[in-house]
Design a protein around this ligand. Structure first.
Ligand SMILES: Cc1cc2nc3c(=O)[nH]c(=O)nc-3n(C[C@H](O)[C@H](O)[C@H](O)COP(=O)(O)O)c2cc1C
Length: 320
């Protein structure tokens, strides 16, 4: 099974609903996190965003960052009431503001807090619970103390990104610690981190033979065909891939254009997407630089037209 990783600002409801219209192979998605805040009303926009009736593309599991059991219980149960059978607790977010509040990866080095959080929340929440986590805040072995705690609770699975929060998204993933986690955990484990090619996937699949669930984030944004290439062992020709990507892009643009007010917002949104989008295109670095310089909506559409036209020309020239 392949999971689409949560990427705040990118893998939102619009993205997740359009994705399977163009690309195959992704089975489930975890939504980018929402915070459990006091006095959250069940009818808030956030809950509407996660309503299963409005998430008709990739089946989606909502994710919550929280260090407050009461707030977490309230939000989890509100999500259950709108039809979400499972929620995911984020113990991996490395951003300073989140960590400073003791949430996300900020809780990884406090096993006692994790334990008491689970003791309070597990009996009181209606949905199933899974956890997505890093291996530590600063040290890569925080997780080895946590897994025996997780083992005492009926979680559905652990999704492990084997980096510390200090590493953010760079540096090597620690596969040795991940291996140790597999030996320790009695829960199903999902691997996440740096799967950006079929070769990388095959290397990991050979090394971790017992794993059959893989989460991919940046690799799938860069090459949204990656899940089908992994599963079906075939790759579409470059020109066909870039044409499909263009259709996906145009549809994303149209959908965001409907909900974002003002031309600056849509350009900023699309620029954010292009951080990883189209990573498989030739001349990717040149494209990124061009996109970064754009400020106006018309100019954006113009440049994107040229970019995709060039992908067709470079295809003919290379004779692929
Ligand atoms: C911009 C950005 C936003 C992210 N937002 C979230 C988030 O909301 N929740 C979460 O659990 N992980 C988040 N992640 C982490 C990814 O889900 C994933 O764990 C990480 O990127 C490693 O996987 P990858 O190498 O396949 O991308 C984010 C990553 C990036 C780069």
């Amino acid at each position: 099974m392949i999971y689409l990783a949560p990427i705040q600002g990118l893998t939102d409801r619009i993205y997740r609903n359009l994705f399977p219209v163009y690309f195959k192979g992704v089975d489930v998605a975890i939504a980018p996190f929402i915070s459990s805040v006091r006095k959250m009303k069940p009818a808030t926009n956030l809950l509407k965003e996660l309503h299963p009736g409005k998430n008709t593309g990739i089946p989606t599991i909502p994710q919550i960052t929280s260090s407050n059991p009461d707030d977490f219980i309230k939000l989890s149960n509100a999500l259950y009431d709108i039809g979400c059978g499972t929620v995911n607790w984020n113990l991996g977010c490395p951003f300073r503001l989140v960590v400073k509040k003791g949430r996300g990866a900020g809780m990884l080095c406090y096993p006692d807090r994790v334990e008491s959080f689970l003791e309070k929340t597990m009996p009181a929440i209606k949905p199933n619970l899974s956890i997505k986590l890093r291996i530590g805040l600063r040290y890569s072995d925080d997780i080895l103390t946590l897994i025996p705690i997780f083992n005492r609770f009926p979680l559905t699975e652990l999704i492990i990104h084997p980096r510390t929060a200090e590493q953010m998204y760079d540096g090597d993933v620690d596969l040795a610690i991940f291996q140790q986690c597999l030996g320790l955990s009695k829960h199903r484990v999902v691997y996440n981190g740096d799967i950006d090619s079929v070769e990388k996937f095959k290397m990991l699949a050979r090394r971790f033979g017992s794993i059959d669930r893989w989460m991919i984030g940046r690799g799938l944004i860069a090459n949204p065909f990656l899940a089908e290439e992994i599963k079906f062992q075939t790759e579409k020709p470059y020109a066909e891939k870039s044409k499909i990507l263009r259709d996906f892009h145009d549809n994303l643009f149209a959908e965001y254009d409907k909900v974002l007010s003002g031309p600056a917002h849509i350009v900023n949104k699309m620029k954010e997407i292009w951080t990883y989008f189209g990573g498989f295109l030739h001349d990717r670095e040149k494209i990124r630089k061009k996109i970064n310089k754009i400020h106006h909506r018309d100019n954006y559409l113009d440049i994107v037209n040229k970019i995709f036209q060039e992908t067709q020309v470079s295809e003919r020239e290379s004779g692929e």
